[in-house]
Design a protein around this ligand. Structure first.
Ligand code: GRG
Length: 316
């Protein structure tokens, strides 16, 4: 069994994963057929930093289940394309109307509203080409990187997570709840599970599906991703209420300013911290089913187990 990783080791692995994803992303969106202003806006937001957590989870869970991450880099990058589109649209005046994202002017501030809408639309649409590409046969390679049937299953999983019954649905509920003072804790959990949790869950599950993992392992990855997503959202809510704009790279206190229902608003800071800890522990426990034998899988198992507690260290 793998030994526990220190915070520094987890951060080091995350940084290396982020760089691997960053290199791939930098090589994307170079086709001369893309109108220049659209390309600039897409690359502006895509390459503005970001922790690259969702692709890192996909690559790591694939390796945990025996598939080398290099084989599915385009799929992992697609998760970041979809995440970036959601951030661009979330910042628009019709939604959260935020001027700052990832420490820089939000896309509609750096360009204009119409260009930002199109940049988000294009990132979402182009993500499907990236996902499909890992199941396509190319002339250079002898066959597809991953059997096409697995790729279709993984795409279907991600579509459910990102679409109307997932992230977009969660955003709709979030908007409907904004400004209301009587939002229940069940509604908050539900909207967060859709808005944030669904993409975390899908990032983990798709890694397993692409690797051809057995059903109990895929179910464990789903539980891990959902619990990690819940912990992440609670931490994000706490940070919004306690950190400054410079630290966050986005406007601090915006949840309270917009009268959003958040964990600190409903439960107070101390209980929110406890709920984040519980969710992180649940995530870690879901990894117990894995019986890892290869060195690479052991390393990923240790990383995934150590990640939820490290996430909690972002809150004081
Ligand atoms: C507009 C369709 C649509 C959906 C928006 C993701 C989302 C749904 C809204 C973002 C608003 C928000 C602050 C959500 C809380 C959690 C979250 C997704 C934070 C941002 O993710 P990080 O911290 O960001 O992984 P980086 O910049 O590191 O990629």
């Amino acid at each position: 069994m793998s030994s526990p990783l220190s915070t520094a080791e987890v951060m080091d692995r995350l940084t290396r994963r982020a760089l691997q994803v960053e290199d791939f992303l930098k090589a994307c969106l170079t086709a001369p057929s893309i109108p220049e202003r659209l390309r600039l806006a897409m690359r502006y937001s895509l390459l503005a930093g970001g922790k690259r957590l969702r692709p890192a989870l996909c690559l790591s869970t694939a390796e945990l289940c025996g598939l080398p991450g290099e084989k599915i880099l385009p799929f992992a990058a697609a998760l970041e394309f979809i995440h970036t589109y959601s951030l661009i649209h979330d910042d628009l005046p019709a939604m959260d109307d935020d001027d700052l994202r990832r420490g820089k002017p939000s896309c509609h501030r750096a360009f204009d509203e119409a260009t930002a809408i199109l940049a988000g639309d294009a990132l979402l649409t182009d993500a499907f080409g990236l996902m499909a590409s890992v199941g396509e046969s190319t002339e250079e390679a002898s066959g597809p990187a991953v059997p096409p049937a697995r790729v279709i299953t993984a795409i279907a999983e991600l579509v459910r997570a990102a679409g109307s019954s997932g992230m977009v649905g969660g955003q709709m509920i979030d908007m409907e709840c904004t400004g209301k003072s009587d939002v229940s804790s069940e509604t908050l959990r539900h909207l967060d599970a859709l808005k944030t949790g669904a993409m975390f869950r899908a990032s983990c599950v798709t890694g397993g599906l692409l690797a051809g993992a057995a059903a109990p392992c895929v179910a464990a990855l789903a539980g891990y991703g959902a619990a990690l997503g819940a912990a992440f959202q609670i931490v994000d809510d706490i940070l919004d209420a306690t950190e400054d704009t410079a630290t966050l790279g986005k406007p601090a206190g915006s949840d309270a300013q917009m009268s959003k229902t958040t964990y600190p608003a409903l439960f107070g800071l101390e209980q929110s911290r406890e709920l984040a800890r519980e969710a992180a522990l649940e995530a870690v426990a879901r990894l117990d089913v894995f019986d890892v034998s290869s060195v690479r899988a052991q390393a990923e198992h240790a990383f995934l187990k150590a990640l939820p507690p490290v996430l909690l260290k972002r809150i004081k």
